[in-house]
Design a protein. Structure first.
Length: 155
């Protein structure tokens, strides 16, 4: 069995960044998957579940209401809890979505009030949220992303 592409990335050399994980095409439609790597795998603690859940709710809410909402296919957490995937229509680069991701970060950092979708009739685990920790991780990620602009996976 072939190893999937994400398992070929050297996670020992991976740092927070905004990477193109893959591009897929079907019947002329291109979809780009972005790796929003929030923490350095195997060197930093993973994002705790309640914070990651809040990042998912707020990130998806922002993206699906943004000016680019028609390009958004999916936003959600990685199983390893070191980041999130953003899937968008189009043959895109990290530079193409950099400003959108920064805007999403700013939305999460500045968010006040009830987390969208955090209600029993709207989410299967609505009570497991942590807005303060979500802001902590995203503030740290935004700073790393702005300072280092890591867009290319390590060799």
């Amino acid at each position: 069995m072939e190893r999937i592409a994400s398992f070929t990335i050297n996670h020992l050399e991976l740092f927070p960044g905004l990477y193109v994980s893959r591009r897929d095409s079907h019947q002329g439609v291109v979809v780009t998957t972005f790796d929003l790597r929030i923490t350095a795998p195997n060197r930093e603690p993973v994002v705790d579940v309640p914070a990651l859940h809040t990042i998912e709710h707020l990130g998806a809410t922002f993206l699906r209401n943004s000016a680019r909402k028609d390009e958004i296919v999916y936003f959600g957490p990685m199983g390893c809890r070191t980041g999130c995937y953003l899937v968008m229509f189009g043959d895109l680069t990290s530079e193409d979505v950099f400003d959108l991701v920064l805007e999403m970060c700013d939305f999460i950092i500045g968010f006040e009030g009830d987390v969208p979708g955090a209600a029993p009739d709207q989410c299967g685990n609505y009570s497991e949220q942590n807005l303060n920790m979500a802001k902590y991780y995203i503030r740290k990620y935004r700073s790393e992303l702005s300072e280092h602009r890591r867009f290319t996976y390590p060799e």
